[in-house]
Design a protein around this ligand. Structure first.
Ligand code: SF4
Ligand code: SF4
Length: 544
């Protein structure tokens, strides 16, 4: 291949100029653009006012210069390539031969970007600091798999309590449905851990080392020099360090920070399982955030595929105001407000054109809103050509926020979360107590009294010693007493103790078989469990 073909020093910027340039140089439409044209013909895609593709040093197919150079026999140097035009029938990030098309989304600034960054920083801080916050002697969130105990914000669940998780999971699931139905992919764009770490940590590192989008693109296509190798090694080393940090914090949710720190003092082979988990997680995170990136959201995440089932024409999403923007074109030459600058495409981290409508790949990151608002300000037009709105809002119809599915999801979410709260407050106490009748005779009696012997088993779920006091409760007949065993005792952290206790009914107070109540009180926490059991004895007529 030759590089003798003259390429204009200044690649035309505007789409129309680029079209002209493309036509002059005989570049053919790549196959996926043919598909886009077909889609347009059947109404799925309207590109009437756009070029089929543009050429700019801004966005080109990294690593595919040879294939690109075959179009129309023209050779494009590595610093230039065909600008892919997103369409509705093929994925921008996958080339026609199945290879990966590396995106370099441009930087964007604006109010949504700032708000998302604050939310991201807050969520990362919560993720890092939750294992450091002690509640009732345990980390705020500590999933102690080894001891089969799960500590959640002071609440301790043992395997017998895990059925409450059904209500937790279903309640949170319906809460997510509610959020999606109301605000589309607000979860993906604002709070999904994958987006949070990718956007607010990894892309920041990349921009810090490799520079802005054109610089990154240029570096990707530059030959391997000492400088490029240094930057790549530095970038991926930082990626790896951050991935290892995330993996260590993740492990601390399962083993606690103290034990994790202990593991780190020893050699890896002394705690091979923990080390293997951290190593595996680190490699997966490094791969996902360093290379796989938006492909996870587009290809693997099942949530995006639920959108069509969860949303309707009143769901608020990031969208393009077609009526206002079309017909698009340069200012003064087209009636619509969209000047077809493609800035919204350049900033999109999943490589789509939001002007084609709501698409599965859109994670609702709001980058295109800020980008377009910036352009609108520069061309002195009102902001909001791309904005949060519903299909009905964009179409000029009446907006409805409250609708049957919102009520249904709200009711189901409240049901799940309400039952969880109720059950958790009543059942998932910091300690458990069970009462059973001691082996042998059901009761003992003589001329003075009737006695029942019980075995009380108390389980302390807390990571601190508890003082247990057993006493007769309100439902016990008058005159009955508790004797024969310690009524106050201590239980070490996370352990179980059995005690035998005898309930005595003086003959003069005994009126027959009845229910009695034993109160099991624990400190610290001032928690009392009321346990009702049956007091057995002879027929009262036979002893009075
Ligand atoms: S950024 Fe706005 S004006 Fe520019 S192409 Fe996108 S929608 Fe049109
Ligand atoms: S279309 Fe806009 S909101 Fe959707 S992923 Fe792209 S930049 Fe983000």
């Amino acid at each position: 291949m030759s590089s003798s073909l003259a390429i204009p020093a200044a690649i035309p910027d505007s789409t129309r100029e680029t079209q002209l340039f493309v036509r002059q140089h005989g570049i053919q439409k790549p196959p996926h653009q043919e598909q886009a044209t077909d889609a347009k013909a059947d109404g799925r895609y309207d590109s009437t006012h756009s070029a089929y593709f543009s050429i700019a040093p801004a966005w080109f197919s990294a690593g595919h210069a040879e294939r690109i150079s075959g179009f129309g026999g023209i050779l494009l140097p590595q610093s230039m390539a065909v600008l892919k035009k997103p369409n509705l029938v093929s994925m921008t990030t996958i080339n026609d031969d199945g290879s990966r098309y590396i995106l370099h989304p441009a930087d964007v600034s604006g109010k949504w970007n700032v708000a998302r960054r604050w939310v991201g920083v807050l969520l990362i801080a919560i993720y890092i600091f939750l294992p450091w916050i002690p509640i009732n002697g345990n980390p705020a969130v500590f999933l102690d798999v080894e001891n089969r105990m799960f500590h959640l914000f002071g609440l301790t669940l043992v395997p017998q309590d895990l059925w409450v998780m059904f209500f937790a999971v279903s309640g949170l699931g319906f809460a997510l449905f509610f959020g999606t139905s109301l605000l589309g992919r607000v979860w993906c764009g604002w709070t999904c851990p994958y987006t949070v770490f990718l956007d607010h940590v990894y892309r920041r590192i990349e921009r810090w080392i490799d520079g802005d989008a054109p610089a990154r693109r240029a570096l990707t296509n530059a030959p391997w020099t000492v400088g490029k190798i240094f930057k790549r090694v530095l970038k991926h080393s930082l990626y790896g360090i951050v991935a290892a940090g995330i993996a260590h914090v993740f492990l601390s949710y399962f083993v606690s920070l103290d034990r994790l720190y202990g593991f780190m003092q020893n050699g890896p082979l002394e705690h091979a399982t923990a080390f293997g988990i951290v190593l595996f997680l680190t490699l997966v995170l490094w791969f996902c955030f360093g290379y796989f990136r938006e492909q996870f959201c587009i290809i693997m995440c099942p949530y995006g595929r639920l959108q069509s089932a969860l949303t309707d024409d009143d769901t608020v999403n990031v969208g393009y105001d077609y009526n206002r923007g079309e017909p698009r074109g340069a200012k003064g030459k087209a009636e619509g407000d969209c000047i077809d600058c493609r800035r919204c495409v350049q900033v999109c981290p999943t490589g789509i054109d939001i002007r084609n409508g709501l698409q599965l790949e859109c994670i609702g990151c709001t980058a295109c809103i800020d980008a377009c608002d910036d352009i609108m300000t520069k061309v002195d037009r009102p902001k909001g050509l791309i904005r949060y709105d519903s299909f009905n809002g964009f179409a000029g119809n009446k907006r409805r926020f409250l609708r049957p599915r919102i009520f249904a999801y709200t009711a189901l979410a409240l049901l799940g979360i309400g039952v969880l709260t109720l059950v958790a407050s009543q059942k998932a106490r910091p300690f458990n107590a069970t009462i059973s009748r001691n082996g042998g005779a059901g009761f003992y009696s003589d001329a003075e009294s009737v006695r029942n012997i019980y075995k009380i088993r108390v389980f302390n779920k807390r990571n601190q010693t508890a003082t247990i006091t057993i006493r007769l409760g309100k439902g016990t007949p008058a005159g009955y007493e508790l004797s024969g065993s310690e009524q106050t005792f201590s239980i070490p952290p996370l352990s179980e103790i059995s005690r035998t206790c005898v309930v005595v009914a003086p003959i003069k107070s005994y009126t027959g078989i009845s229910d009695i109540t034993l109160d099991v009180h624990a400190d610290p926490g001032d928690v009392t469990l009321e346990k009702t059991t049956r007091f057995l004895g002879p027929n009262p007529q036979s002893i009075h």
